[in-house]
Design a protein around this ligand. Structure first.
Ligand SMILES: Cc1cc2nc3c(=O)[nH]c(=O)nc-3n(C[C@H](O)[C@H](O)[C@H](O)COP(=O)(O)O)c2cc1C
Length: 198
């Protein structure tokens, strides 16, 4: 049976440490990932994490060699990329983090780069699309776009901390969020402490 990859889209919003954690978690679990970043995602990543992330290849240096083999880097303007076509079978897509720009583009079907096209494909093929929007406060345009996408079947999953879990570090809180996000993508075998676990 062909193993379906996950599409991980990264746009220029804050929260790149969540992207890194998701990429690590997915590849630790042996999931194949097609990784696509916008130009502003690279700018944000370099600012938030380190200048090595100013290039897509920098994301691979945060992985082991075995994990790296599972990642395909996709160019933003390469419309011949496999993820730009619905006939390429995937498990779904996560946009993590999702800027209000990318959110708006996906909500109106504007597929002028491959991240947006892949999201459009995911929606048209009725596959899971998990959008992790990062903005605060939200205006009516943001909310309308999120409503539209929810009505189309996407999951809007803001990166909201679970204070009730009493995490002792920001990193633990982020790990929890990432596990919850990946669960929305139907990723199985996520072994992490949930509410009620001892
Ligand atoms: C350091 C930094 C942080 C940003 N954080 C956000 C954010 O959290 N949410 C957002 O919608 N835009 C944010 N932006 C602005 C986006 O990068 C900008 O709107 C851009 O058009 C996004 O384009 P993209 O979706 O193609 O990556 C940020 C920009 C910078 C430089």
């Amino acid at each position: 049976m062909v193993k379906r990859p996950i599409v991980l889209g990264v746009s220029g919003a804050s929260g790149i440490t969540l992207t890194l954690k998701a990429l690590r978690r997915l590849t630790e679990l042996g999931e194949e990932v097609h990784l696509i970043l916008t130009k502003d995602a690279l700018l944000t990543a370099a600012y938030e994490v380190g200048s090595d992330l100013g290039r897509a290849e920098g994301f691979l240096s945060h992985l082991s060699e075995k994990q790296r083999e599972l990642v395909t880097l996709v160019k933003l303007k390469d419309f011949t990329a496999r993820i730009a076509s619905g006939s390429f079978l995937t498990k779904g897509m996560c946009i993590l983090p999702c800027s209000m720009t990318s959110l708006a583009a996906v909500a109106i079907g504007l597929s002028d780069n491959v991240l947006r096209r892949a999201a459009d494909v995911t929606l048209k093929e009725r596959r899971p699309l998990v959008i992790v929007p990062r903005e605060a406060p939200l205006n009516a345009i943001h909310l309308e776009n999120m409503l539209k996408l929810t009505q189309m079947g996407a999951v809007i999953f803001p990166p909201v901390p679970a204070w009730y879990m009493q995490h002792q570090s920001l990193s633990d809180m982020e790990e929890f969020m990432v596990n919850r996000i990946l669960e929305s993508l139907n990723i199985e075998d996520l072994d992490y402490k949930r509410w009620g676990d001892r």
